[in-house]
Each structure stands twice: as structure tokens, then as C-alpha cells.
Write a protein that binds this ligand. Structure first.
Ligand code: TYD
Ligand code: MG
Length: 449
């Protein structure tokens, strides 16, 4: 008989503690501990017989490049770092209804062939529902094998028998293993089920795509608890009611982190967007105050985005709200604006927004944020042909950012005629049709804008 013990697992970070507490000792979240039953596992004192434990010389390790398959969606291949690595475990997270099942069914349809066997394990929808969707999406239905199952042991039996090269688990939150008593969806179950699949995938070198639902309130075990176990973590970033979907690699053992891919949801499923800059830049013809274009670099790709700012009289403590930008960064930038450019936002609410639903994780947009705020404060529109980028430091200096030349080239490609950039980022050879000015101080830059 398997002995059981009660532990308390954090729904936020997955850490477990033997005693209940109001606050997770690991991540500090409040009221996040839930009771789980765990089997007590006896640690084996010796290695199993016939299995020697021995280190190997680094030089003797096979260093052939990972073999990859293209998924048929180049935007997804880009996020994966150049296609799906065989034997890789990829977690695909996002809110319910964002398009995870749609994306993975399309991918399986593209990859399924005479040689590549694929398996779609559904724990949420019935086989019929999945088959209907497959027909609607026009995927090669005879080649995609479906399995409605939530017991990991059964899934692994099927995998053993059929040896598919790619397995989709939709979703990991519905899976359970008999080894644990706790309910499916609990942190312990999600983690253990995933661990079993990962171990199997590595042993048999098939790829696994795990779907994980992200819930806003974090009431059930979120995919975060799995991030450290898998090779690649992709999250859908945009909201389900938008037409465009941004997928970001927040972790990738086989490619650049923060790489993003852009898709549009159509009645035929997700379609890749080949020129995202053009999408994010769709603006009206009139020049309006509080709007400016910058080039950000998420992952390895330069992307033109529009930054908007709005100020309004505060009817209480002034608020600083951001969409797509870090709020703390906005606070800091406003302090620099006051201290080093003499422009105060005291008594004003300040809003900053990245148009199009993309989230900026780097500092290259700093100068654009300040330019947009300055523009709305003075009610002075910024000319359409101008692009600005640069990191702003606490001393009011403008610092260079990686990929300066590439950013300027992206702006020139989309018809921008003037750029204001950190002096060290001014390209030695200017792309055709763009005039680039280097700036070193915030006050001077805002004057020039
Ligand atoms: P789905 O893949 O079921 O989301 P998830 O698995 O992340 O919960 O996507 C569901 C949404 O996508 C749903 O609102 C319908 C829409 N959709 C389309 O617009 N076109 C399509 O071809 C498909 C299959 C779904
Ligand atoms: Mg789904």
C-alpha cells in the first residue's frame, strides 16, 4: 500500500510546505496554499542493478545540431527558434478561448504525414468536437489520431504502442496520474502528470506540446508551476476579443527568449501575419498629439509600434496607468521628465498605451513614452514621419540600446523620413531615405521633437 501524507502546495509558485500558513514561504503570495495528498516515496539507497552511474567526458557527447521540423506556420517556427525540436517539450499557455487548441490542431495537421505520426490527446473536448474543428480548419483528418483520455498512464500506453513523433496534450490541467490521490487540476497532479510525460518524451525522444490554461485569478494550478520542467514556454499574450494574437517565447532552450510571433484569428483558424510592423502601425491620416512611433526589439525582430499617452486632471491621488508597458518604468520616466526636462505631471493622471496589444519588455521605448507625454501636455502633434527610440537613464541621459542599426533600417523600410536615436546608435551607413539625429540628453531630445 502506498502511504499518504498531507502537504500544502502553493497555487502560485508550486512550492510545498508541511504546515499550512497564510503566506507562501517561497513566493510570498497570500492565501495561496491548498491541501494536497502526496504518496510518501522511499528513497532508494542504491542505484538499480544493471545501471551504472558514471560521468562522461564533455568531448564524447554527440553535438550534432538538434533536428527540427517546420510547423507550417513560419511565425510559430520563429518563436520556437526555427521549428520544433524533436524530443522537445513545449508548454503553450494562454487564457481559455485564445486559440491554443486551434493552433495545435493546425500544427498537427501540417506535420502529420506518412512518416511523422501525431497524436492529439483531448481531456476537455469530446473526440467529436475535435474532429468537427479539424474538419472546419481543413486539417488532414485521416492522419491526425485523436484520443480522449485524462489518465496519464493510459496516454503513455498508447504512445508506447503507436510511437507518435509529436503528441499534443490538451490540456495538462485535465490530466491525472494514479500515483497521486489529489484531484485532477491540483498543483501536485498537474506537476506529476507533466513530469511523467516529460520523462517519457526524453526517453523515447518524441515531442510533446502541453496546453496550459492561464486563469486570471490563479484559482487552479497555473502553467507557471511547469515552466522549469519544460524546454520551451510559449504564452498567448493578447486578449481573446482581439483579432490579433501575439505568442511569446518566455523561455526557450532552443532559441531566443522573448521572441514573438503574430497571428490573426480567422474563420479558418490562425493565420500568420507576415508584416507585423504594418499592422501595428495602422493609424489615421491626421497627426494627433500624444502619439509617436518607436521601434522595439522583442527577441530578435525589430517591430514598429505606436506609443500613445494621455494626461488628465486627477480627481484624487494622481494615477499612472499603462497598457503594454511596465508601470514602474512610467513612474521613473515621469520623474526624469520633471527633474531633467523641467516638465511636471503633478496633479495629473497619466496613461500610456502600446497600440495593437503587444507588450514591450525592453527599454528602447523610453524616449518615445516621454515624447508622447510631452506632446500631449503641450497639445503639439508629432510629425508622422518621425521615429524615436532610446533608453532613458535616471540622470536624464539617453542610452544606446541593442540593434540600433536594425531599428533604423526597419523604420526606413516603412517610409519614415526622420529618426531621433541615441548618439551611439546612429548607423555608420544610413539606409536610404531616412535622416538620423543622435541625441544624448532628454531635454535636448524633447526640444528636437
Ligand atoms: P480555442 O482554440 O478553442 O481556444 P483555447 O483552446 O485556447 O481555449 O479557440 C477558441 C476561439 O477561437 C473561439 O472563440 C472560436 C475561435 N475560432 C475561430 O475564430 N476560428 C476558427 O477557425 C476556430 C477553430 C476557432
Ligand atoms: Mg482548448
Amino acid at each position: 500500500m502506498v502511504k499518504q501524507r498531507i502537504v500544502y502546495a502553493c497555487t502560485q509558485c508550486g512550492a510545498s510546505t508541511p504546515q499550512w500558513r497564510g503566506q507562501c514561504p517561497d513566493c510570498g503570495a497570500w492565501n495561496s496554499l491548498e491541501e494536497v495528498t502526496q504518496p510518501t516515496v522511499r528513497v532508494r539507497a542504491r542505484a538499480p542493478t544493471g545501471h551504472s552511474v558514471r560521468p562522461v567526458a564533455a568531448s564524447s557527447v554527440d553535438l550534432a545540431p538538434d533536428s527540427r521540423v517546420e510547423t507550417g506556420l513560419s511565425e510559430l517556427d520563429r518563436v520556437l527558434g526555427g521549428g520544433l525540436v524533436s524530443g522537445a517539450v513545449v508548454l503553450v499557455g494562454g487564457e481559455p478561448g485564445i486559440g491554443k487548441s486551434t493552433l495545435l490542431l493546425q500544427v498537427l495537421g501540417n506535420l502529420a504525414g506518412d512518416i511523422v505520426r501525431v497524436l492529439y490527446v483531448t481531456g476537455e473536448e469530446s473526440i467529436r468536437q475535435v474532429a468537427l474543428r479539424a474538419r472546419r480548419l481543413g486539417v488532414a483528418a485521416d492522419r491526425v489520431h485523436l484520443l480522449a483520455e485524462t489518465r496519464v498512464e493510459s496516454v503513455l500506453e498508447v504512445v508506447e504502442r503507436e510511437s507518435p513523433r509529436i503528441v499534443v496534450i490538451d490540456s495538462i490541467q485535465t490530466m491525472f496520474t494514479e500515483a497521486l490521490q489529489s484531484a485532477p487540476g491540483s498543483v501536485a497532479q498537474v506537476r506529476e502528470s507533466a513530469a511523467r510525460l516529460v520523462r517519457h518524451a526524453k526517453d523515447r525522444s518524441f515531442s510533446v506540446l502541453l496546453v496550459g490554461h492561464v486563469t486570471k485569478d490563479g484559482a487552479i494550478a497555473g502553467p507557471r508551476v511547469l515552466e522549469h520542467m519544460v524546454d520551451t514556454v510559449l504564452y498567448f499574450e493578447s486578449e481573446a476579443d482581439r483579432r490579433f494574437r501575439v505568442i511569446r517565447a518566455v523561455k526557450n532552450r532552443f532559441g531566443a527568449a522573448n521572441e514573438i510571433g503574430l497571428f490573426a484569428m480567422t474563420e479558418k483558424g490562425l493565420r500568420e501575419v507576415r508584416n507585423p510592423s504594418a499592422i501595428f502601425l495602422a493609424r489615421g491620416a491626421a497627426e494627433v498629439a500624444g502619439s509617436v512611433v518607436t521601434v522595439v526589439r522583442e527577441g530578435t525582430r525589430p517591430l514598429l509600434v505606436e506609443i500613445q499617452a494621455l494626461v488628465d486632471e486627477a480627481s484624487g491621488p494622481p494615477r499612472r496607468l499603462t497598457v503594454g508597458l511596465e508601470q514602474g518604468r512610467l513612474n521613473m520616466l515621469l520623474a526624469v521628465l520633471h527633474r531633467h526636462a523641467g516638465v511636471s505631471t503633478q496633479g495629473l493622471d497619466v496613461y500610456a498605451n502600446v497600440v495593437g496589444g503587444v507588450r514591450i519588455t525592453e527599454t528602447g521605448a523610453d524616449l518615445a513614452v516621454l515624447a508622447a507625454v510631452r506632446s500631449i501636455l503641450g497639445e503639439r502633434p508629432i510629425e508622422h514621419g518621425l521615429m524615436v527610440f532610446g533608453e532613458v537613464g535616471l540622470a536624464g541621459e539617453i542610452r544606446p540600446v541593442p540593434g540600433g542599426e536594425e531599428r533604423v533600417r526597419e523604420a526606413a523600410k516603412h517610409g519614415f523620413s526622420r529618426a531621433l536615436v541615441p548618439t551611439a546608435n546612429v548607423p555608420r551607413r544610413l539606409p536610404h531615405g531616412i535622416d538620423v539625429t543622435g541625441v544624448e540628453r532628454v531635454d535636448r531630445a524633447l526640444d528636437l521633437i
